[in-house]
Design a protein around this ligand. Sequence first.
Ligand code: PAF
Length: 282
Amino acid sequence: MQIITTINEMKAWSAKARRESKTLGFVPTMGYLHEGHMSLVHKSLAECDVTIVSSYVNPAQFGPNEDLDTYPSAPEKDRDLLLSAGVDVLFRPAAGEIYPKGYKTYVSVEGITAKLCGISRPDFFRGVTTVVLKLFNIVAPDKAYFGEKDWQQLAVIETMVRDLNMDVEIRRMPLLRESDGLAMSSRNRYLDSSERNSALLLSRALKMAQEKTKNGERSANKIRDEIRQIINESSQAKIDYITLCDPYNFEEVTNLNGKTLAALAVKIGSARLIDNCILESV
Ligand code: PAF
């Protein structure tokens, strides 16, 4: 596995692979890899001739009081994991490569970024789309892999790719959970054992919502209230939002019909956790 730290070298590597008619799979990450990331990597390895993984903690997607300075990192462990998986390139741009002095250009998707996570993290999606667009320009992948854990992020990236006529196929991969139900996330590392216990309420609440829907409940208000009650069982949990909405435009629904996204963001200790599931009503 090659470790590349400059944009020029990364572009040259990709250009050569394309000249050799190879298909390029790309998994953008912020490092501190877990099984969720690795499931994207394995999918790319299975579907593409070569796989590139980027690891870059993108300052543009963190707000002023967020965890940019404390974001977990384990560069050696990440390298070993990717090496043993058979990844071709780990792209780890050096500080200053992505946003050099004088940097001025940002890309934003409108509308859907003002909802859900966009309410309490107003600059988050603009930071994500800017860095993802830049990474796509540098790596020039055929396919890029993202997890449905970050459902809204995925919808925003899909919208950018569609609206800007970009030549990359976005591959959606399912959210992975720990055996106790906690959605896998690098930020789970911030939880102490009592906070981790409280964090299990998120998946428990979503499971309840799925069961209620399966048993015929169609009132979004009722399901949302029950989710809230479950989360509020822990005094450590501070709800940011709970929504039952359309999975693609994020408009709140009142009556469940077809596919509804149940999504929530909850602060527990210093960790802001998100989780989601699809409620299917026929
Ligand atoms: O989901 C993430 O880890 C990040 O938001 C991403 C897509 C790598 C952009 O920095």
